[in-house]
Design a protein around this ligand. Sequence first.
Ligand code: C5P
Length: 205
Amino acid sequence: MIIAVDGLTASGKGTIAKAIAEHFELPYLDTGLLYRAVGYQTVADGGDPDSPEDALAACEFRSDLLRSSALRSEETGGYASRVSVHPEVRQALLERQRAFAQQPGGAVLDGRDIGTVIAPEAEVKLFITASVQERARRRWLEMQGREIDIPLDDIERDIAARDARDINRKDAPLRAAPDAMVIDTTAFGKEQAIDAAIEAVRQAL
Ligand code: C5P
């Protein structure tokens, strides 16, 4: 059983996907981390995230980088968003994601193009959204918790820019698969969002 969880930046899809994986006892892959690793490595090598050549070279990152907390920063998220528009990069990361999805016992993957490109055969596809204001508010709260002080307006602008890059890129643009269930978490707290998603998976099985 493959469960694809796609959606917008800061929509809660990571939290939801992790909870689903735990609930149904399936292995879980956060595919955003792969793009984050490429973005981080590009800059660490002195490259430019907007250069397809530089970003492609960085796809050879060492796998222990995936455990680094540096990948979680907003800055790295911005680099990830920029390297992810290059078709060369998407292609380089494709097989690894497919192999994870197709392991015998099934898997949960979260990302932007799991239901459309990586695993269109997934039995369950969820697409998680929330308003840009609510997503910015959540990100802001999370930052405050980590004692990082960034104005809410700046966060909202950054999220809107990432949405635009994800939606408008030519290769694997962010779209809900036609057979995806859309869950809007704007009015939901964390537990409600998780419950709604687990219920949606149950219904789909
Ligand atoms: O989900 P996360 O914020 O960690 O993803 C970082 C960036 O990687 C996103 O802004 C998106 O542009 C890109 N990404 C992607 N395809 C995926 C996962 C992430 O393009 N499957």
